[in-house]
Ligand binder design. Structure first.
Ligand SMILES: NC(=O)c1ccc[n+]([C@@H]2O[C@H](COP(=O)([O-])OP(=O)(O)OC[C@H]3O[C@@H](n4cnc5c(N)ncnc54)[C@H](OP(=O)(O)O)[C@@H]3O)[C@@H](O)[C@H]2O)c1
Length: 325
């Protein structure tokens, strides 16, 4: 089979698409013929050695995929060769085949394409965990999403709208804001043009936002927090801008607000039952047409570099997937 291989940490341009041995499933594992794999900002961080985890090199990146089971390891029950599945792999999904623990599989829901299934776990599970378990988002509350046209951002826009919140999308270009509007945002802020604190106050009628979802960090975090409402919840998702903000804590005191950390992957491992329940609810939203989970850009697996470039250059919009034909 062929796979994207990271031979050493550093410049992502050194990634190669090369032949390697087919993997064999061990006890409790299955082999999946990958049809599509979700590409996320953490993949870019990982291969550069900038992520919180560092697998030994060489390794195949790619945290999630959808495909068809092609072989079963010893002791696997409940799945059969030919089943269409979604897998959270941690690594290894940017390949024509990947071996994963059977317990990390979900069945691809009826009516869901492989590419949608490949990209739904990281973005939607992160944003749903953030909004549901961490922010306890309520109907009619205001939800401001920074980086709202990005992978996790657009998922937060859709889920926030599906949960009945008033979604304020914040992004750097009109094109990105237009995309968020098509996915449920009702107020739009271009934070490169307009002063973010003032714009958020205006969008919330002076009250401030009930919940702020921040996957960007950098220069936007402090002005956003200054526009949080009474009892507000500020969700720390990530730092796509590169800089980790240093926040004056008096801002939290003054609004009785909370700054809430979100590490979905670690939580899903600690509480797999609650994660499975969240995924079932996400699939229900999809079946009812309350979320679209649109794939905005597909790349053939061998053209993976285009996707990495888009993420690195701040050009990616919505969900990117690598497809294996
Ligand atoms: N906490 C968790 O469990 C968890 C899970 C998944 C991902 N994450 C994190 O969430 C963040 C976003 O991931 P993603 O996959 O949604 O990425 P993405 O699709 O690239 O979106 C990131 C957004 O950040 C904004 N941005 C601002 N400065 C940027 C820069 N210098 N380079 C790139 N983007 C920049 C962009 O929006 P504008 O141009 O509109 O500003 C972009 O749309 C990452 O830091 C990732 O590690 C966290």
């Amino acid at each position: 089979m062929k796979a994207v291989i990271c031979k050493e940490y550093g410049d992502y341009h050194n990634l190669a698409f090369e032949e390697m041995d087919d993997p064999t499933p061990g006890p409790g594992q299955v082999c999946i013929d990958v049809r599509a794999a979700g590409l996320n900002f953490p993949d870019l961080l990982l291969v550069q050695g900038l992520y919180q985890m560092k697998p030994p090199t060489p390794f195949v990146p790619g945290a999630e995929c959808a495909g068809v089971i092609s072989a079963l390891g010893e002791g696997v029950s409940g799945f059969a060769v030919g089943d269409r599945v979604i897998a959270y792999t941690m690594n290894g999904a940017f390949a024509q085949k990947v071996v994963v623990a059977a317990q990390s599989l979900a069945r691809l829901p009826e009516g869901m394409d492989f590419d949608v299934g490949a990209g739904i776990t990281t973005t939607y599970a992160t944003s749903y965990y953030a909004l549901k378990q961490r922010a306890n988002l309520q109907q009619s509350e205001s939800l401001a999403v920074l980086g709202a046209a990005g992978g996790v951002g657009l998922a937060a826009v859709e889920l926030g709208a599906a949960m009945g919140a008033k979604v304020i999308a914040c992004a750097s270009t009109q094109e990105k804001l237009d995309l968020t509007k098509a996915h449920g945002a009702t107020s739009l802020i271009n934070y490169e043009k307009d002063e973010l604190k003032a714009a958020l106050k205006e969008a919330t009628g002076g009250k401030g936002a009930d919940v702020i979802y921040d996957p960007v960090g950098g220069k936007y975090a402090e002005p956003a927090l200054r526009a949080i409402g009474w009892n507000g919840r500020y969700l720390v998702i990530g730092f796509a801008a590169g800089d980790i903000p240093k926040i004056p804590l008096n801002l939290v005191l003054l609004k009785t607000a909370s700054i809430v950390g979100v590490f979905w992957g670690a939580w899903a491992m600690r509480d797999p039952k609650a994660h499975a329940q969240n995924m079932a609810e996400i699939f229900d939203f999809y079946a009812q047409g309350k979320i679209k989970a649109t794939v905005t850009k597909r790349y053939e697996m061998q053209d993976f570099m285009g996707g990495f470039d888009a993420l690195a250059k701040r050009e990616a919009k919505g969900k990117l997937v690598l497809v294996s034909s």
